[in-house]
Design a protein around this ligand. Structure first.
Ligand code: NAD
Length: 464
C-alpha cells in the first residue's frame, strides 16, 4: 500500500492507542529493529549510494551508516531520561497544586528527505520520531532512486505500514502528503521548498521542523594553523562532492595567509584525490546532469567576470564528475557569491580587516554553519557578533555529528533542531499537567467584593 491518503488514514486511526501503547519497551524494540535492518543491508546501502552518485563505500559507511547507528544507540541509551515525567516546582501562587510535564508523541509525522545524504537524512529523523513514539510517513528524494527504493524495501520489511511507511515520488507526491493534517512535518531540503512546506503547514497548522541550507562561510584568521585548516576545509568541502548542507561555501582568509592556504589546499586535494581527482573513486559524482551544468555555469560565470581558476576544472558532463575547484577573485555581484554552491567549488576571498567580513555575513541570510580557524579571540568575536545555525572552530562539519549538540538552522537556514534529545523533542508534545490539591484560587472567584479585592492586593504584592 503506498497511497498517501490511505497510509495516513491508517496511521491516524492508530495514533490514540499508540499514545500509551507505544511505550519505552516498544520504542526500544523498534529502534533495535531499525538498527538490525541497517546492519543487515549495509552492503545494499553502499551499493545504492554507489549507483546514485558514485559515493565511495567507505564514505557511505562514515557519513550515512555510522551517523544513523550513532543516533540509534544514543536514543536507546537516553530514552528513559527523555521520556521521564518531570515535576516542576510550584510558584508562591501555585502552592497547593502539583505540576508536571508529560512528554507525549505528537502523533503521525511526515518526514521529507533530500537526496544529498539520502539514507542519513531519512533515517536520522526517523530515529527521533520512533524514540518520541510517533508513526511516520517518509518521503525520500526522487533524485536518488536506488537509495529511495532500498529505503522503501528495507523499511517495509522492518515495520508495519501503520508504524512506518515509505512513499516514493517527487514534488507531486510531496504536495499530496503536505495537504494531509499531519501532527508534525520534519523537512530537510532547500530554503525554497522549505517555504512551500511551511505554507502548506499553515493550512493544517502542523508543527514543522525545517532543516534548510544556504551559504556557510569560513573565516581563516592570521593566526590559523594553515596546514590543519586546509585539511579540514578540503575534507569538509569535497566529501560528497561538496553536496553537503554544512559544507564550507566560501572562505574569507586573512590576506597574510591567503597564498599559503591556497597552496595547502592544493596539496590536500592531491593527497585525498590524487593527480586526476575527477576520476578518483573517493570523489562522489554530482547527483544529476542538471546539477553539473548549474555548477559549470557558476564557475564559467565567475571566470568570465574576472575570477581566477586557482585549482581544478577537470571533469566530464556525461559522467557528472567534477574535480575540486578553487577560485580566487570572485566578487559579490557574481552568481556564485549569491546562491548556495552545493558542489566541489571553493572561492577564497582575502580580507585585511575583520569588520567588513562580519558586516557581509550579517548582511546576508543567516547561515546554517559558520567556521572559524584561528585563535580563541577571533572565534569568540565571530561567535558573539554573528548569527548562524552552528559555529565550528578549527574544524568543519563535526557539529552535525556531536550527539549532544542540537543541529539546526536559524532564519532562512532552518527552524527547530534535530539530533538526540532535540530530535526527540521535535516529535514530542511536552504536555503540562496541573493537579489541584488545595489551591486557594477559589477565594478569588466572583463576586468581586471587598474581600476578593483585599486578597488581590495581597497577591499583587507577592508577584511584583
Ligand atoms: P529540495 O528542497 O529540492 O528537495 C527536498 C525534498 O523536497 C525532496 O524529497 C523533494 O522531493 C521535495 N520537494 C521538492 N520540491 C517540492 C515541492 N515543490 N513541494 C514539496 N516537496 C518538494 O532539496 P535537495 O535538492 O534534495 O537538497 C539540497 C538542499 O537541502 C540544499 O539547500 C541543502 O543545503 C539542504 N540540506 C539541508 C540539510 C540540513 O540538515 N539543514 C541537510 C541536507 C540538505
Amino acid at each position: 500500500m503506498s497511497d498517501p491518503e490511505a497510509l495516513f488514514a491508517v496511521q491516524r486511526r492508530l495514533a490514540p492507542a499508540r499514545r500509551s501503547g507505544f511505550d519505552r519497551v516498544a520504542r526500544l524494540a523498534a529502534l533495535d529493529r531499525l538498527r538490525a535492518a541497517v546492519l543487515a543491508h549495509r552492503a545494499d546501502i553502499e551499493a545504492a549510494l554507489q549507483a546514485d552518485f558514485s559515493k565511495h563505500p567507505t564514505e557511505t559507511l562514515l557519513t550515512e551508516i555510522i551517523p544513523v547507528l550513532q543516533e540509534i544507540s544514543h536514543a536507546r541509551r537516553h530514552l528513559r531520561g527523555w521520556m521521564r515525567v518531570r515535576r516542576v516546582w510550584p510558584s508562591l501562587t501555585m502552592l497547593g497544586a502539583s505540576g508536571r510535564i508529560v512528554p507525549q508523541p505528537k502523533g503521525v509525522a511526515l518526514i521529507i528527505a533530500p537526496w544529498n545524504f539520502p539514507l542519513n537524512l531519512a533515517l536520522g529523523p526517523l530515529v527521533s520520531a520512533l524514540a518520541a513514539g510517533c508513526s511516520v510517513v517518509l518521503k525520500p528524494s526522487e533524485m536518488t532512486p536506488a537509495t529511495s527504493a532500498l529505503l522503501a524495501r528495507m523499511l517495509a520489511e522492518t515495520f508495519p505500514p501503520d508504524l512506518v511507511a515509505v512513499v516514493e515520488g517527487g514534488p507531486e507526491v510531496a504536495t499530496r502528503l503536505l495537504a494531509l493534517p499531519f501532527d508534525h512535518i520534519f523537512f530537510t531540503g532547500s530554503p525554497a521548498v522549505g517555504r512551500i512546506v511551511m505554507a502548506a503547514a499553515a493550512k493544517t497548522l502542523a508543527s514543522v521542523t525545517l532543516e534548510l541550507g544556504g551559504k556557510s562561510p569560513v573565516i581563516v584568521g592570521p593566526e590559523a594553523n594553515i596546514a590543519k585548516a586546509a585539511k579540514w576545509l578540503a575534507w569538509g568541502k569535497f566529501f560528497n562532492a561538496g553536496q553537503t548542507c554544512i559544507a564550507p561555501d566560501h572562505v574569507f582568509v586573512h590576506a597574510s595567509v591567503a597564498a599559503a592556504l591556497e597552496e595547502a589546499l592544493r596539496a590536500e586535494i592531491l593527497r585525498m584525490y590524487g593527480g586526476n581527482p575527477a576520476s578518483s573513486p573517493a570523489l562522489a559524482k554530482l547527483v544529476s546532469t542538471r546539477h553539473w551544468q548549474r555548477l559549470r555555469g557558476l564557475i564559467d560565470g565567475a571566470l568570465a567576470g574576472g575570477a581566477r581558476l586557482a585549482e581544478g576544472g577537470g571533469g566530464d558532463e556525461a559522467a557528472r564528475s567534477m574535480a575540486p575547484v578553487i577560485l580566487t577573485g570572485t566578487t559579490d555581484n557574481m552568481q556564485i557569491s549569491k546562491e548556495e554552491i552545493f558542489g566541489p567549488v571553493l572561492p577564497l576571498i582575502p580580507y585585511d580587516a575583520l569588520e567588513p567580513v562580519l558586516e557581509r555575513i550579517n548582511g546576508g541570510d543567516k547561515p546554517l554553519a559558520l567556521y572559524v580557524f584561528g585563535n580563541k579571540a577571533l572565534a569568540d568575536r565571530v561567535t558573539a557578533q554573528t548569527a548562524s545555525g552552528s559555529v565550528g572552530v578549527n574544524l568543519t562539519v563535526m557539529p552535525f555529528i556531536h550527539p549532544n549538540l542540537p543541529f539546526g538552522g536559524i532564519g532562512s537556514s532552518g527552524l527547530g533542531a534535530a539530533h538526540g534529545y532535540e530530535g526527540f523533542r521535535a516529535f514530542s508534545h511536552e504536555k503540562p499537567v496541573l493537579v489541584n490539591r488545595s489551591l486557594a484560587m477559589p477565594l478569588l472567584f466572583p463576586p468581586y467584593g471587598l474581600r476578593v479585592r483585599r486578597l488581590a492586593e495581597v497577591l499583587l504584592r507577592l508577584v511584583r
